[in-house]
Design a binder for this molecule. Structure first.
Ligand code: MN
Length: 341
């Protein structure tokens, strides 16, 4: 969960009682397993990578046989994490697990094409900080007040009385630092800081993490930024702006989706800008992603365009020419801006 969020209990140091008991149920179920599958949403981010690999590492320390699966490779900036190079992208048709743990998925439809059938997945454990109704797991641990799923994994390990190794702590730190925008977003709660402190005590070196995750961007990312800079648009009112990423530019520098991710934040970081958009051409159409500072919701913008999203972020794929799509999006943005008084 990103950006500004209200009513999330930022100042409470306590995990909600319901979340505590759900974490205990997950811990009890995992204690009985031998063979565990851990997976997260496709297009993995730092929370998926950190929370899945952190849980997997801890379970391996407990002697369990763990497979981490994702349809596509994790972004390269996370490959150095424990087990980061052994993520599987396929699962044999006959493999069976005692339990399957889904982290940060938001929707089971995002678990990838090898997500096993109910007969093969064992106990299905759903761990997430996104709202979902009805919860899809046999056991569900949903905590909307968790800044990152890594926080929930830490809670599960506490319930299992498994101490944090440095390897596990690094994974959970990456989950926490990425989902809080390096402890800057509004979801950065007292609990997030407390956990960060605990992780540092367990051996995490914060600068080492920053260097590996944030100061190790692929050159393609900068080269792509150079190419899209001329597309920069700032509206007359100064409250929204955009980048346009052509397929030809992505190809020219060999950029993958992970290199596009986050470039929109340069626009949001501009003074006066409330909502930033980035248009990214792909084979299916033009994907438009929005990021808000939190004062203007992305939801009505996405709704106007025929999609769905969160207050602070969301995306939709639109069909049509560049000119049509851009005009349609600017119109939706214009309408979403509050009247000045
Ligand atoms: Mn997350």
């Amino acid at each position: 969960m990103h950006g500004t969020g209200k009513d999330l209990g930022h100042f409470s140091e306590k995990v909600p009682p319901q979340a505590l008991s759900q974490a205990r149920k997950v811990a009890a179920a995992l204690a009985k397993t031998q063979k565990v599958l851990v997976l997260g949403h496709v297009g993995a981010d730092g929370d998926v990578a950190g929370s899945s690999l952190g849980l997997a590492q801890a379970l391996r320390e407990l002697g369990k046989k763990v497979t981490v699966y994702n349809e596509a490779p994790y972004p390269e900036t996370f490959h150095w994490l424990a087990g980061g190079k052994s993520v599987k992208h396929e699962l044999g048709p006959r493999v069976r697990f005692d339990a399957t743990v889904s982290v940060d998925a938001a929707d089971p439809a995002r678990l990838g094409k090898h997500f096993p059938d109910p007969e093969r997945r064992g106990t299905f454990i759903w761990v997430d900080h996104h709202r979902i109704d009805p919860p899809p797991g046999d056991i569900n641990y949903i905590d909307l007040t968790a800044a990152a799923v890594g926080e929930q994994i830490a809670q599960i390990l506490r319930a299992m009385k498994h101490p944090l190794s440095k390897k596990v702590a690094e994974c959970l730190y990456v989950s926490l630092m990425t989902d809080t925008g390096t402890f800057r977003y509004a979801n950065t709660s007292v609990r997030a800081f407390n956990l960060a402190g605990e992780l540092v005590k367990s051996g995490v070196n914060p600068w080492d993490m920053t260097e590996k995750v944030l100061e190790s961007q692929a050159p393609q990312r900068m080269l792509l930024l150079q190419r899209i800079m001329p597309s920069l648009f700032l509206s007359g009112c100064g409250r929204y702006g955009s980048f346009y990423v052509r397929q030809i530019d992505q190809k020219a520098v060999g950029a993958k989706l992970e290199h596009v991710h986050g470039l929109v934040n340069h626009i949001r970081a501009t003074k006066g800008v409330e909502v930033a958009a980035i248009f990214v051409e792909n084979d299916a159409g033009i994907k438009v992603s929005f990021r808000s500072k939190g004062h203007v919701s992305c939801q009505p913008i996405l709704k106007k365009l025929g999609g769905n999203g969160h207050r602070n972020a969301g995306s939709i794929v639109l069909k049509g020419s560049k000119k049509q799509v851009v005009a349609q999006v600017y119109q939706a943005l214009e309408l979403a801006m509050p009247q000045r008084t």
